[in-house]
Design a protein around this ligand. Structure first.
Ligand code: NAI
Length: 328
């Protein structure tokens, strides 16, 4: 099987090249560029294409892939909202993904954001580099004894909940389904979670129901001095309302690995660009906000798991026994 990889960075290649020797029935070529109306034609002669979270595999791209004889779209991520799945089905193209690779990778990043905003690590780092050893403005609060509110207790949320429990926090949670692994957690309504939590961490998917679940109304229900962390999807939070909430001094800290405007920014070096919209700039202007660029998944272990599962998906498809739970 021949696979053309789009939108690859050096760390993608490195992790795939490590596991390639175990897949000598598969050959791959890596492209830096993402899939587009122009670059889709490079897939001629390939059996499959492999794309990532920000690749726009719309209906017209799918049609062209079908005309070029491509039979499989491999997503090297969990989400598939960026692929025209129905169109792929109509054109006889299968779509496979990596549903879970390392929940701990994302949960640990959520924790890192929570700890960093709480203890002002981002400010302390810069101050000390400037020989400013003053502690003014660096006071945090103990997480121990406080309440963590986890929204979405699937794989990542459960890992986050266990870590919070481990550092002595009371854990409350909101999900439609109770996770039996979390016997220590108290499931409550969303309203109660907002009003009781000292730390709120989002781990549910982006759906019609969860779009802007954190809006001004929700923010107003939260405790003053709450810490909000989002490693899930940007549009769970209304950025405009978040900015209003920050200006009203609602938050002790906000840690965002994802945010509404991220698509243009994600994984790109834009240091010489003038940004088209001001949401990122406004969020970055607040001293109690830390933004990272969708890097929750970025650990050696997660990358290795992504590489292996993607190539297992390809092999299972090639052997006409596609791994059912990875089919979209
Ligand atoms: P999962 O499917 O294991 O868990 C999601 C949980 O959310 C489920 O328990 C589900 O019942 C719950 N849920 C669904 N709708 C809900 C609602 N309206 N309110 C409350 N809970 C709801 O998913 P997993 O693997 O834990 O991933 C969670 C999210 O993390 C993904 O949807 C994705 O957006 C994000 N993610 C972020 C990454 C990053 O690099 N920052 C990497 C991987 C995933």
């Amino acid at each position: 099987m021949k696979i053309l990889f789009y939108d690859t960075k050096p760390y993608d290649r490195e992790s795939f090249e490590k596991v390639m020797p175990y897949y000598d029935d598969i050959t791959v070529d890596f492209l830096k560029t993402d899939i587009s109306h122009r670059t889709v034609y490079l897939a001629k002669g390939y059996d499959a294409v492999c794309v990532f979270v920000a690749s726009d595999v719309n209906e017209s791209i799918v049609r062209t892939l079908a005309e070029l004889g491509v039979k499989l779209i491999l997503l090297r991520c969990a989400g598939y909202n960026n692929v025209a799945v129905e169109a792929a089905k109509q054109h006889g193209i299968s779509v496979m993904r990596v549903p879970g690779y390392s929940p701990e990778a994302v949960a640990e990043h959520a924790l890192a954001l929570a700890f960093s905003v709480n203890r002002h690590i981002h400010k302390a780092y810069i101050k000390v580099r400037e020989n400013n050893f003053s502690l003014m403005g660096l006071t945090g609060s103990n997480f121990h004894g406080k309440t963590a509110g986890i929204i979405g207790t699937g794989k990542i949320g459960a890992s986050m909940a266990k870590s919070c429990h481990g550092i002595g926090m009371k854990v409350i949670a909101y999900d439609m389904y109770k996770n039996p692994d979390l016997s220590f957690a108290e499931y409550v309504s969303l309203e109660e979670l907002f009003s009781r939590s000292d730390l709120i961490s989002l781990h549910c998917p982006l759906t019609k129901e969860t779009y802007h679940m954190i809006d001004l109304e929700a923010i107003e229900k939260m405790k003053d001095g709450v810490i909000l962390v989002n490693t899930s999807r940007g549009a769970l939070i209304s950025s405009e309302d978040l900015i209003k909430g920050i200006r009203q001094h609602k938050f002790a800290g906000v840690g965002l690995d994802v945010y509404e405007e991220e698509d243009e920014n994600v994984f790109e070096n834009r240091e010489d660009d003038i940004l088209e919209s001001s949401i990122t700039a406004r969020l970055l202007s607040f001293p109690n906000v830390i933004i990272t660029s969708h890097q929750g998944f970025l650990t050696e272990e997660a990358l290795e798991a992504i590489s292996k599962t993607t190539l297992e998906n390809a092999r299972s498809f090639m052997l006409s026994k596609p791994i059912k739970e990875n089919m979209v």
